[in-house]
Design a protein around this ligand. Structure first.
Ligand code: 13P
Ligand code: SF4
Length: 347
């Protein structure tokens, strides 16, 4: 154990039950080693209400910390080791523009139900709550989209156009059923209709880390290892997902890898997702099966959380100096509404 890891272990022992460390599956091994719980975004949100510690340290990106802060008990504080770790996709939906778009789309009296991927800011979650919509994660997007489609004339899914289409296809919607909106600073771009008569309207955002995977990479993997199995995270492009054997949240990818290692010894599994997770699974399954990644795609924001920053956060907590994540009080109730709607529908 290196000096930083030892210092984290020691300070965690001193803090005892006063601190609980959560970590997303995309964190690197040096962080995961210190987490009390790791999970996908749904699992991490679900566990927050049961945490009793005064301080929750969230090793992940900003929107995940905000989500935890919304679900935390009164008096509990949430700390991020690096406040600048903002998921780039969550920054693709500025709330002021989303508000303009919703106003334009509903001006004729149409009922538009916004469905926000959890990878969005607090402001977006609050706006969605205000418009009677909900939140989803990659693990329950199908269930939440099915719910949203029943609420009114159209659903506005934001920000991930890839996850939106991949999910819609699983519900048997076709290309005629959705439309990717053209948006600029004023809201809908010139020429974009205010009354698009399609069940699913998609915000034109995406995750740069998953968009790097291409159909050619999938073909190259199949050529290099005939008979291999290929999994992907649903933030990947639809043309990639079509060529894979299955897709799902990070928790699903872990479960499937463990099953594959058990049932297909000596075989090859490719996983198209953030590289830290693929690397961890490859190490875990070594000697049983081979786990590969089409390319090493690393999320720079997740990687901002380092062991040194985790140590500093824990040290600051122990000295009563750590500044907890601040959430705008006026946004808390509507944002929590959109989140609890998800937790209730997917209970
Ligand atoms: P999960 O919901 O699968 O954990 O994914 C979150 C994420 O940010 C993927 O890029
Ligand atoms: Fe955001 Fe993509 Fe990083 Fe996930 S991998 S946190 S969606 S930028």
């Amino acid at each position: 154990m290196n000096a930083t890891a030892q210092a984290i272990t020691d300070i965690k022992k001193t803090l005892g039950k006063n601190v609980y460390i959560l970590g997303h599956h995309y964190q690197n091994d040096a962080i995961v080693a210190h987490c009390d719980k790791t999970g996908d975004s749904l699992e991490l949100s679900r566990c927050v209400p049961d945490i009793e510690a005064d301080h929750i340290v969230f090793c992940g990106v900003h929107f995940m910390g905000e989500t935890a802060a919304l679900l935390a008990r009164p008096g509990q504080s949430v700390h991020l080791p690096d406040l600048s770790s903002s998921c780039t996709m969550s920054m693709m939906t500025p709330a002021a523009i989303a508000r303009k778009v919703l106003k334009q789309l509903t001006a004729s009296g149409r009922k538009i139900t916004p469905l926000a991927y959890v990878n969005t800011t607090l402001d977006i979650k609050a706006l969605v709550g205000e418009y009677g919509g909900g939140v989803c994660t990659s693990a329950n997007a199908g269930k939440m989209l099915a719910w949203a489609l029943k609420q009114g004339d159209s659903v506005l899914f934001l920000p991930d156009k890839h996850l939106g289409r991949n999910t819609a296809k699983k519900l048997w919607l076709s290309a005629e059923d959705w439309h990717i909106l053209r948006i600029n600073k004023t809201g809908l771009a010139d020429g974009e209709s205010r009354e698009i008569d399609r069940p699913l309207l998609l915000w034109p955002g995406c995750c740069c880390i998953h968009t790097r995977f291409t159909p050619d990479m999938i073909a190259a993997a199949r050529a290099a290892h005939p008979g291999c199995r290929i999994l992907a995270h649903p933030e990947s492009r639809p043309e990639v997902i079509e060529r894979c054997d299955a897709d799902g949240s990070t928790a699903f990818l872990i479960k499937e890898s463990m099953r594959f290692a058990e049932e297909s010894p000596g075989s090859t599994l490719y996983i198209a997702t953030e590289y830290n997770l693929v690397h961890r699974l490859a190490t875990r399954c070594k000697g049983r099966c081979r786990i590969l990644s089409p390319i090493r795609s690393i999320c720079g924001d997740m990687a901002k959380v380092t062991a040194k920053k985790l140590l500093r956060t824990l040290t600051d907590i122990s000295k009563g100096k750590s500044a907890p994540l601040a959430v705008e009080p006026a946004q808390v109730e509507p944002a929590r509404l959109s989140l609890t709607r998800m937790l209730e529908i997917c209970a």
